[in-house]
Design a protein around this ligand. Structure first.
Ligand code: DX5
Ligand code: ZN
Length: 217
């Protein structure tokens, strides 16, 4: 199982996202948090910024859409250059149709679950997905504390993926740091989003390497 580290630019300097990407050359992906001030009480960036960043980023872009009506908006993020687009199941009207559309555009399709959303009802959808995102904080802000109550869900999701047999990545996002990443990896996660722990570090690239080392142990 490969380990993938995806620093979240939510904790980077929005005035210089190209430098943020260049500061984490050891990262596998760059995680972009798109928020609409409706699905979550925060507003961040949209398609034009993703389009510009896609032109200069050293890493492929992993767009996490915390927005209402992803059915309508998600395909535009593939057009903007995202290699992976994740929608929230709580906001999506037709997850199967949307996942198929994203894949037909050539992107990876991800589906995210908030901490209170159970994973069990979605086992039959795994064949339509490239990634499952188990949120380990309530979405909306960086720098929140990791919710240990999400660990059993990561385990359940890993068991479901093993049963299903497909190559579905299992991402965790929220409060992931050198203190918490081992718990996530032990529970079965293989893709790790980290915002404040990476961009708040003196040496972001060294932190990426450290997170990878801990996750691989
Ligand atoms: C929160 C976002 C996260 C955020 C994580 O809603 O989805 O990607 O950037 O930030 P940290 O790692 O600081 O919890
Ligand atoms: Zn995110």
């Amino acid at each position: 199982m490969g380990i993938r580290i995806a620093p979240s630019i939510l904790s980077a300097d929005f005035a210089n996202l190209e430098a943020a990407s260049a500061s984490v050359t050891g990262a596998d992906w760059l995680h972009i948090d798109v928020m609409d001030n409706h699905f979550v009480p925060n507003l961040t960036i949209g398609q034009p910024v993703v389009e510009s960043l896609a032109r200069v980023s050293k890493q492929p872009l992993d767009c996490h859409l915390m927005i209402e009506d992803p059915d309508r908006w998600a395909p535009g993020f593939v057009e903007a250059g995202a290699a992976s687009v994740t929608f929230h199941v709580e906001a999506c009207h037709a997850p199967v149709r949307l996942a198929r559309e994203l894949r037909s555009q050539g992107a990876r399709a991800g589906m995210a679950l908030k901490p209170a959303t159970p994973v069990e009802p979605y086992e039959d959808l795994l064949g339509e997905l490239d990634m499952l995102l188990v949120m380990t904080v309530e979405p909306g802000f960086g720098g929140q504390s990791f919710l240990d109550l999400c660990l059993p869900k990561i385990r359940t999701a890993r068991e479901m993926i093993a049963r299903h047999g497909g190559d579905v990545w299992l991402q965790v996002d929220g409060g992931v740091s050198a203190e918490t990443i081992e718990r996530c990896a032990e529970a079965g996660a293989d893709m790790f989003v980290a915002g404040s722990s990476v961009f708040g570090a003196d040496d972001p690239d060294a932190m990426v390497a450290e997170l990878r080392r801990l996750a691989e142990q």
